[in-house]
Design a protein around this ligand. Structure first.
Ligand code: XIL
Length: 381
């Protein structure tokens, strides 16, 4: 009987040790995934992976305007609530995503003319209602919000959006102030992408210079126009006492050697803010799904970015954009050219990148010793 109990204990320990949540937590990292509510409810393997690995989750789509605010004055929180309730039940916290963006907006918002005053009222109502809902219904669970997403073009100019064009430059500041009014305890982030591949793809569509994103050879914020624009913006917000607490570096890596994120984000900590890797994925060519060399290079890229976060005193969060390759946005957004971007294959089996992160986090845990387990959380939390 004792042998059996011992064996059961060993099995439980091995299973827990072979997942990411415990070693990540011990290494002082909030690690997690962007999640989909239907998959969480219907797919036991998917839900099991989220339970085993994630200390934080981000709703991939279900807090966006078109889903939570489908008609004027009508809010629908059912799907987002199911994600937040499941996270709360498992002691995970949630990154709220996203309050102000130019995509996934409902037609009622984009298909009519607004005056500045009207649109500021709509924005205030939306931010107060959405942030207030989660503060009231799930106190303390949605700890961070991506307040504004992707405000700049590749060349560092302000992106032309309904918010920018109708309200003007100060829409950003207004959004942060509204979010802080609705939940004074939430950590408020500006979020954007800087990786060479995605910046180049978008720049090409917009007729802008394309070789301007961050790569392994170009990691200084000074050399990445979008990053210098973000830095100026955030410096201005801090100088004017606008409630901002962090900067999200999305981290969508499209098949190129990733930048040194610690260097790219080195300006954030001196401002008294934190930074996070909010949407990490590393895309391969579709044909490379079982190519060991490509999978190893992918593991290198994941390891490099997670190491950058672990080594920075101002970073404590890494969220991977999708639980497995069957639930990744990359094939859809690249017309099938790229894929295999997450840590598990389409059957949910952990890939070399997963095993690499497991080794990295376990080693970091051993190095830091048993008292480690909180770093930025204490300073910035
Ligand atoms: C993506 C989702 O993953 C897709 O399912 C959806 O069709 C489009 O949006 N930057 C962001 C995320 O901030 O919200 C985007 O998510 C990916 C790029």
């Amino acid at each position: 009987m004792r042998t059996r109990l011992l064996l059961a204990a060993v099995v439980v320990t091995l299973v827990a040790a072979a997942c990411l949540r415990i070693p990540a937590t011990r290494a002082g990292l909030s690690f997690g995934y962007a999640v989909d509510p239907a998959a969480l409810a219907d797919d036991a393997a998917y839900a099991g992976a989220v339970a085993a690995d994630a200390g934080v989750v981000t709703p991939e789509n279900h807090m966006k305007w078109s889903l939570v605010h489908p008609a004027p004055g009508t809010y629908d929180f059912a799907a987002a609530d199911s994600i937040v309730a499941s996270a709360a039940a498992q002691g995970q916290h949630v990154r709220g995503h996203v309050l102000v963006w130019h995509r996934q907006l409902p037609a009622w918002l984009t298909e009519r003319e607004w005056t500045r005053a009207e649109l500021v009222d709509v924005l205030r109502d939306h931010v107060h209602t959405v942030v207030g809902h989660f503060r009231d219904e799930f106190p303390g669970v949605v700890r961070q919000w991506d307040v504004v997403n992707e405000a700049f073009h590749a060349d560092g100019t302000r992106r032309s959006t309904i918010w920018q064009d109708v309200i003007g430059d100060d829409y950003l500041e207004l959004a942060f102030r509204f979010a802080h009014e609705a939940d004074p305890d939430a950590q408020l982030f500006y979020n954007d992408f800087y990786d060479h591949g995605l910046v180049a793809a978008e720049a090409a569509l917009e007729g802008l210079p394309s070789g301007v994103g961050a790569t392994a050879g170009r990691s200084s914020c000074d050399d990445v126009p979008k990053c210098t624009a973000t830095r100026s913006l955030v410096e201005g917000l801090v100088a004017r006492d606008v409630p901002i607490h962090g900067v999200g570096f999305q981290g969508h890596v499209l098949g190129t050697a990733p930048a040194d994120y610690r260097e790219l984000a080195s300006w954030v900590e001196p401002l008294g803010l934190s930074w996070a890797v909010t949407e990490l994925d590393v895309a391969l060519l579709t044909a490379q799904g079982s190519d060991p060399v490509a999978l190893d290079a992918q593991a290198d890229a994941y390891e490099s970015i997670v190491t950058d976060c672990l080594e920075s005193d101002a970073c404590d969060t890494v969220v991977v954009w999708g639980v497995d390759d069957a639930h990744s946005w990359i094939p859809g957004t690249t017309g099938g050219l790229l894929g295999h971007a997450t840590l598990r294959d389409a059957q949910g089996v952990p890939k070399p990148a997963y095993v690499r992160l497991l080794g990295l986090l376990a080693a970091d845990d051993l190095e830091q010793g048993p008292t480690a387990g909180s770093s930025v959380g204490d300073t910035f939390g």
